[in-house]
Design a protein around this ligand. Sequence first.
Ligand SMILES: Nc1nc2c(c(=O)[nH]1)N[C@H]1C(S)=C(S)[C@@H](COP(=O)(O)OP(=O)(O)OC[C@H]3O[C@@H](n4cnc5c(=O)[nH]c(N)nc54)[C@H](O)[C@@H]3O)O[C@H]1N2
Ligand SMILES: Nc1nc2c(c(=O)[nH]1)N[C@H]1C(S)=C(S)[C@@H](COP(=O)(O)OP(=O)(O)OC[C@H]3O[C@@H](n4cnc5c(=O)[nH]c(N)nc54)[C@H](O)[C@@H]3O)O[C@H]1N2
Ligand code: SF4
Ligand SMILES: [Mo]
Length: 752
Amino acid sequence: MSPDPQPQPPFHETNEDTPDIGGGLPVISYWAKHTLSPEGPKLWKTLFHHSACLSCSWGTGGQKGGFTNEDGEKLQRCMKSVEAISAEIQPPVPPQFFETHTIAQLQQLSSLEADRLGRWSYPVIRRAGSNHYERISWEEIYAIATAAFHQPPERIASYSSGRGSNEAAFLLQLMMRTLGSNNLADCSDLCHAPSTTALKEMFGTNTSIVSLESLKQADCVVLAGANSAYNHPRLMNELIKLRDRGGTVIVVNPVMEIGLVKFGSPAFPVKSLIPGSEIASLYLQPIPGSDVALFMGIQKALVEQGWVQYDFLQAHTEGWEAVVEQARSLDWETITGTCGVSRPEIETAARMIGTSKGVVFGWAMGITQQTNGVDNVFSIANTALISGQIAKMGAGVMPVRGHSNVQGFGSMGVTVKLKAEIRQALEQLLGRSLNLPQGYHTRDLIEAADAGKVDSLICVGGNLYGANPDSTQAKRALGKIDTIIYLATKPNIGHFNGLAKTNTIVIPVLNRFENPHKTTVESGNNFVRLNDAGNTHLKDADLISEVEFLTELAHRLLGDDPVEWRQLQDTRYVRQLIARTIPGYAKIGEIDDTREEFTISGRIVTEPHFKTSSGKAKMFTTPLPTLTLPKAEAFGVEATANSLVLALMTGRSYSQHNTVVYKIGDQYRGIPHRNCVLMNRLDAEKMGLSEHDRVTVQGDADKLENVEVIYGAVREGAALMFYPEVNVIFKAQTEVRSGTPAYKRVPVVIYR
Ligand SMILES: Nc1nc2c(c(=O)[nH]1)N[C@H]1C(S)=C(S)[C@@H](COP(=O)(O)OP(=O)(O)OC[C@H]3O[C@@H](n4cnc5c(=O)[nH]c(N)nc54)[C@H](O)[C@@H]3O)O[C@H]1N2
Ligand SMILES: Nc1nc2c(c(=O)[nH]1)N[C@H]1C(S)=C(S)[C@@H](COP(=O)(O)OP(=O)(O)OC[C@H]3O[C@@H](n4cnc5c(=O)[nH]c(N)nc54)[C@H](O)[C@@H]3O)O[C@H]1N2
Ligand code: SF4
Ligand SMILES: [Mo]
């Protein structure tokens, strides 16, 4: 490899509170603080429990023990899993709390305060017009729920979040579809739906085609739009090992995330933890939303430098000529002008890809949460195909997924885009055709509710209110639904702001390590883990498992159609149904006896044969995005020297899990609290601002005031803020093929 093309990422100027490395000693002190505290014994017990980590989709734990991954490697548990467990082992919400606190007071709680109330430990209802949540009996819950879900099938819906089990997910979709409804909205609609859509069209699969074992053989990783140092910390260990064996890492991110430059991993206490390990060999910082242009630039450089694998394209792909021609004919000025990355940097990336033996392309929300999210994924996968870096060990495309079982929910059929194989299998089980109308994905659900078209909603986890853009609309829309039933472990702002018109019920559920039965989950790497039964620390509480609630409700709604629902409270029988109906899941039928966790068959692609009708990968050309921003006047703000329109990226701070905030600051970006905007110093100075000045940040729906300006390593013209708080200011612009909102390129105007 030629000399380092880029001594530093171009936009690297941080504030003085930003540390020099990601991870590092603070991770250890967090571990020590929590594991040595009074909650310590409970924490350790949970860490050693045979169940999968609650937090992210990278996946660890299960039958091999809490600290072992699918390859049998030890010490595979990051501090994010401790953070998630600590939240679950909180004491219950104090008795009488809801009697003494009105709904109006509850609506004032921040996300952190809502989570810190403790665990839900008995079922509650908020009735129309009431100012309080109050306790409710199980009989009344079932009476209300049964009446609610006897409404016409097009007027009932579900929403789910990927923390539940495969078993709960399978039951949810079976109940909804038996009732005749396809309205199975899921958090993945807000997340990796563009990946699923694109991968299905190109390769006939919905998920990553790379296994952990295969990743370990790569000598180059391209990581685009993923802040894995925060959100998938153990992926960092793989990148450290890859650099150690002489490989290269190309990061694509408008923000220089310190942990993607250098990361101190506790897995390598001597060589990495304190000094930190270099991660990015090359750090590309495109304009938010411009990744298609950048990847087409890489394709062009591959063409020009003679690294296109024409034999591979000819033999194993369709539509490649148009893709190669598109890259060849595009001029460099258009490419660099659109993405804001220089030609030498792009050519260096192409050289790294072209000269590596095995390249894995990974991506997350920076790629998917865009109005052209599907094209973004196409352009990444086109790059993999053009360079022949796919369908062999050490190479391929790897969406880095979200929640710890979000992929399992999709596999179980909790989606509005049901796979033909599952549909046929379900039709056999039901003994009738499943010719259901197109269902509502998450955004369609909000729009339908806002239009008064939804009567009843069941939410298996999540925070539908907090996760959606335009919080005012979300609140209004949910308020038009007659009955909402939330199944949840802990309170969140959605339970207090997402109130139904008549009945809002919160059902306290047991989490993954507390269920009285076994469950399973699927990681982003397509590995299925078995969770042993456990018990809860909540004594005298009135909790239920998701499986028990769903089967009991289904029994009351459907009797024994098409299965004996109550028998399925023994989850072994659910797994047998899964084995019969879900492609690649046959082994789950024996897992109770064998305890053998497994990689789902047919998912990992190491030979150039794809699951499309022709067996070839289908390639699609990708239009360049048009990335203009509106003028300040479009927001009703006078365009003066004191205002500036920027592309705002919204996402996660270090200490939060989606809408749940654990800590108000973000220590690795030097951001002290939630109401801050991370900006480039030059942008701030253009407006006559200094660091720590207060500004208004306004989108097309609303504004946030008194926002503190923090300087950071973000490229000019872009800025970063945290969700869920920021969701109040902008309306949903969605990607049309997947319905996913463009959370990563929100036009805003900033002014004093
Ligand atoms: N600890 C923790 N772990 C988590 C989660 C959590 O909240 N906390 N959430 C889970 C879930 S559901 C998900 S989906 C994942 C999310 O994991 P990530 O996708 O890593 O999280 P985000 O913070 O949404 O954003 C990722 C990055 O996208 C970059 N970005 C923004 N715009 C662009 C762009 O236009 N192009 C490119 N190339 N990059 C861009 C941002 O700078 C940011 O670094 O993590 C999962 N794991
Ligand atoms: N602006 C902006 N908005 C975004 C995003 C963004 O990057 N920017 N990211 C989007 C993404 S990627 C996602 S995935 C969504 C996340 O959206 P959701 O998945 O809807 O939200 P979460 O915050 O993960 O849900 C947390 C709640 O789940 C419940 N819970 C936890 N464990 C369990 C369990 O075992 N069972 C049950 N029943 N409940 C449980 C708890 O009550 C907890 O409060 O947000 C999206 N919204
Ligand atoms: S990387 Fe993800 S799955 Fe692994 S321990 Fe951390 S949070 Fe859990
Ligand atoms: Mo997600």
